[in-house]
Write a protein that binds this ligand. Structure first.
Ligand code: C2E
Ligand code: MG
Ligand code: MG
Length: 642
C-alpha cells in the first residue's frame, strides 16, 4: 500500500468516525425524546380525572338542590371551575397529540364545551334548588360524552406505546449498528496507524540510506570513486592541525596528466573517462591505505600522506606513479600512452595553511611540467619567483602575436650530391621587448600549455607559405608542426586554407612532424597523415632518433623524408655508434624510398662523415644559419654557406 493510498484510507476512516460520532449523538437525542414521551404524563388518567371532576360537580349540585350537607353556592362554583378547567386542559399538553391523531376526540371535546359553557351563567346565579336543577339538566348530556373520553385516550395511549416501542427498537438497532461501526472504524484506524507507522519506519530507513548515499556523493568523485576536492580539503585541514599538534609531517602530491586533453579531443570523452578510471585504479594500487587520494577535477589528482621520511617516501611513491601511469593503456581497442607530472610539497618547509601547501604543490607541479613532463619535483622556495616569471611570460606571449614580436627565420636545406639549395626550414622567433630573443624550445611548449598553439600554428604556416611563394618555384619551405596541433585535427583545414590563400603549390610545402606527434600510432593518425598527403604536401619525420624511433612508424606511413637528429651528428667524432646509426637510417630510408637529411651539420668534418655515411641532404650552421626572409640567399646552384 502506497503512502498516498494509506493517507486516503486514514482520511476516510477518520471522516467515518466523525460522522458516526455525530449521528450517534443525534440518535441518543432521539432516544431521549422517545423515552421522555413514554414517561410523559398519562392522558387516560387525566380523562378519568375529568369524569371524576364532573361527578363531583354533579354531586355538589344535587346536594345544593336537596339542601343536604353544608354545600353552598361557593362550593358549587369551585367544583364548576375545577371541572371547566379540566375540560379546557383537554386541548393542551399531552392531549394535543391525541387531538392531532384522533378525530373523535376533537368532536367529543366540542360536545363537552357547549353544555359546560351553557352551565356557567346558571352556576354563577345559583340561588335556589331550581337553579341547581336547571344546571343539572344542562350538564346531564355531558355524562355519556365523558364516558367516551377515557376509552379514546386509552386507545390512543395503547397505539402510542406501540409506536414508541417500535421507535425505540429502531433506535436501538441504529445505536447498535453505529457502535459496531465505531468499533470497526476504531480497529481499522489502529490497523492503518500501525501500517502508517511501518511505512514511516521504512521511509526513515530509506532516508537514512539515501542520506548516506548523498553524503558519499557530496564527498566523492562519481567517475573514479576517489575523494573529491571538498573531502580532500577537509582531510587536509584535519591532518594539518593534527600535524601541528603532534609534530608529524604531512605531504601533498599534486598530479596532472600530461596532454590528457588530446585523448578527449581525439578519442572522445567516453574514452577519456575510461582512461581516468584506469588512472585512478593505478594510483590506488601505488598508494598506502591510510593516505587520501582525490580527484580534484579534470585530469588533476592529489594524494595526502603522512611520511616519516618525506624525501625518501615521496620520491619512491612519485617515481612509482609516474612509471605506472606512463605504462600504455588499452581502452576500447585504443592503445593510449599518457604521462603524468607531479608536484610535491610538505610541511617540512613551513606551510601553515592548507591553501599554502596546495599552492606549493601546484608550483612544484608547474615546474615538473616545464622540465619536460613525465616527472616529479619537490617544492623549493625559489620556484615561486620562477613561477611568477613564467606566468608573466605567458601573459606576454598572448600579446606577442598582436604586437608583431613573433617572426620567422629560414635555414637552408641542401642537396649535397647536386650541391644545390633544396629549400628552407621556417623557424619561429620571439623578440621579447625586455628579455630579447627567446628560443622556440622555451615558448612553444608554453603556447601548447596555454592553448595558444593552434592560432600560432595558423600564423606560422600562413607566413611560411606567404614567404615561400615569392621564392623560385623549385625551392621548398619546411614548417615544424606541433604534436598538439596534429593531434587536435586542426592541421588539415589550416594547411588547406594557407595554400589557398597564398597560392603556394602544395608540393613546395613540407610539414615536419616529430615522433611525439605520432605517439598514438593508430588508424586515425595514419588516416590524418594520408589526408595531408592527399593535399599534395610533403611530410618529413623530424628529429629522428630522439623519440621512440619505432620502425613501425616508418612501416605504417611512407614519409617523404627522415631528418636525423643533430645529436647524432654532433657526437659523430666522439662516438662510433653514431656513424653506424646514421648509416643504418640511410640504408633504411633508401630501402623505403625516403630521402635522409642530417641536421646540425656544423663542421666540414661532420659534413664529410655524413656524406661518407651516405647522407645526400643536410642542414646546419655550416650550410647556413637561420636568417630572416629578406636576408636569404636564393641562388639556385650554390649552397649558401654561413
Ligand atoms: P628543429 O625543427 O629540429 O629545428 C632545428 C633546430 O636546430 C633549430 O633550432 C635550428 O636553429 C637548430 N640548428 C640548425 N642547425 C644547427 C647547427 O648546426 N647546430 C646547432 N646547435 N643547432 C642548429 P631552433 O630554431 O631553436 O628550434 C628549436 C626547435 O623548436 C625546432 O627544432 C623545432 O622543434 C621547434 N620549432 C622551431 N620553430 C618552430 C615552429 O615554427 N613551430 C613549431 N611547432 N616548432 C618550432
Ligand atoms: Mg624541424
Ligand atoms: Mg629537427
Amino acid at each position: 500500500m502506497s503512502v498516498r493510498t494509506l493517507k486516503l484510507a486514514l482520511c476516510l476512516v477518520v471522516s467515518g468516525f466523525v460522522l458516526a460520532a455525530i449521528y450517534f449523538t443525534v440518535v441518543i437525542a432521539e432516544r431521549q425524546n422517545a423515552l421522555r414521551r413514554i414517561t410523559r404524563y398519562n392522558p387516560t388518567w387525566q380523562a378519568n380525572q375529568v369524569l371524576n371532576e364532573f361527578m363531583t360537580l354533579d354531586q355538589s349540585l344535587r346536594m345544593f338542590k336537596d339542601g343536604a350537607g353544608d354545600i353552598d353556592k361557593e362550593d358549587v362554583e369551585l367544583r364548576y371551575d375545577i371541572f371547566a378547567g379540566t375540560i379546557n386542559s383537554l386541548a393542551e399538553g399531552g392531549f394535543r397529540e391525541v387531538l392531532d391523531q384522533e378525530p373523535s376526540f376533537e368532536s367529543t371535546i366540542h360536545d363537552l364545551e357547549g353544555p359546560t359553557n351553557d352551565a356557567a351563567p346558571l352556576i354563577k346565579d345559583l340561588k335556589s334548588p331550581n337553579d341547581a336543577l336547571a344546571a343539572l339538566q344542562v350538564l346531564s348530556p355531558l355524562q355519556s360524552s365523558l364516558k367516551h373520553l377515557p376509552s379514546i385516550t386509552f386507545n390512543y395511549g395503547a397505539k402510542r406505546a406501540s409506536w414508541d416501542h417500535q421507535e425505540l427498537t429502531r433506535l436501538h438497532w441504529i445505536f447498535t449498528s453505529i457502535v459496531g461501526c465505531l468499533i470497526l472504524f476504531g480497529i481499522s484506524l489502529i490497523g492503518l496507524l500501525a501500517r502508517h507507522n511501518s511505512l514511516l519506519e521504512r521511509t526513515y530507513r530509506k532516508m537514512g540510506i539515501l542520506t548516506a548515499d548523498l553524503t558519499h556523493l557530496a564527498h566523492h568523485d562519481p567517475l573514479t570513486g576517489l575523494a573529491n576536492r571538498a573531502l580532500f580539503q577537509k582531510r587536509l585541514e584535519q591532518l594539518l592541525s593534527k600535524a601541528r599538534d603532534n609534530g608529524s609531517t604531512l605531504a601533498v602530491l599534486y598530479l596532472d596528466l600530461d596532454l590528457f586533453k588530446n585523448v578527449n579531443d581525439t578519442l572522445g570523452h567516453e574514452t577519456g573517462d575510461q582512461l581516468l578510471k584506469t588512472v585512478a585504479t593505478r594510483i590506488r594500487g601505488c598508494v598506502q591505505n591510510n593516505s587520501v587520494i582525490a580527484r580534484l577535477g579534470g585530469d588533476e589528482f592529489a594524494i595526502l600522506m603522512e611520511p616519516t621520511n618525506v624525501a625518501r617516501e615521496c620520491t619512491m611513491l612519485a617515481s612509482r606513479i609516474v612509471k605506472e601511469i606512463g605504462t600504455a593503456y588499452d581502452i576500447d581497442g585504443h592503445e593510449i600512452v599518457i604521462g603524468t607530472s607531479i608536484g610535491i610539497a610538505s610541511t617540512e618547509l613551513v606551510a601553515s595553511s592548507p591553501e599554502q601547501l596546495l599552492k606549493q604543490a601546484d608550483t612544484a607541479l608547474y615546474r615538473a611540467k616545464a622540465d619536460g613532463r613525465g616527472t616529479f619535483r619537490f617544492f623549493e622556495p625559489e620556484m615561486d619567483a620562477e613561477l611568477q616569471a613564467r606566468r608573466a611570460l605567458e601573459v606576454d606571449l598572448r600579446k606577442a602575436m598582436v604586437k608583431d614580436e613573433l617572426y620567422l627565420v629560414f635555414q637552408p636545406q641542401v642537396d649535397l650530391q647536386a650541391n644545390r639549395l633544396l629549400g628552407f626550414e621556417a623557424l619561429l622567433r620571439w623578440r621579447h621587448p625586455v628579455r630579447g630573443s627567446i628560443p622556440p624550445g622555451e615558448f612553444i611548449p608554453m603556447a601548447e600549455d596555454i592553448g595558444l598553439i593552434s592560432s600560432l600554428s595558423d600564423w606560422i604556416i600562413n607566413e611560411a607559405c606567404k614567404t615561400a611563394v615569392t621564392w623560385p618555384r623549385n625551392i621548398k619551405v619546411a614548417v615544424n608542426i606541433s604534436p598538439l596541433q596534429f593531434r587536435n585535427r586542426t592541421l588539415l583545414p589550416c594547411v588547406r586554407k594557407a595554400l589557398t590563400r597564398t597560392g603556394l603549390e602544395p608540393s613546395r610545402l613540407e610539414l615536419e612532424l616529430t615522433e611525439s606527434a605520432l605517439l598514438e600510432e593508430n588508424e586515425a593518425t595514419v588516416a590524418a597523415l594520408h589526408e595531408l598527403r592527399e593535399l599534395g604536401v610533403r611530410i618529413a619525420l623530424d628529429d629522428f632518433g630522439t623519440g621512440y624511433s619505432s620502425l613501425s612508424y616508418l612501416r605504417s606511413f611512407p614519409f617523404d623524408k627522415i631528418k636525423i637528429d643533430q645529436s647524432f651528428v654532433r657526437e659523430l667524432s666522439t662516438r662510433p655508434d653514431c656513424m653506424v646509426i646514421i648509416q643504418s637510417v640511410v640504408s633504411l630510408g633508401r630501402g623505403l624510398g625516403m630521402s635522409i637529411t642530417a641536421e646540425g651539420v656544423e663542421t666540414e668534418e661532420q659534413l664529410a662523415q655524413i656524406q661518407a655515411a651516405g647522407c645526400t641532404e643536410a642542414q646546419g650552421f655550416l650550410l647556413g644559419h637561420p636568417k630572416s626572409a629578406s636576408d636569404l640567399d636564393l641562388s639556385p646552384n650554390e649552397r649558401s654557406m654561413a
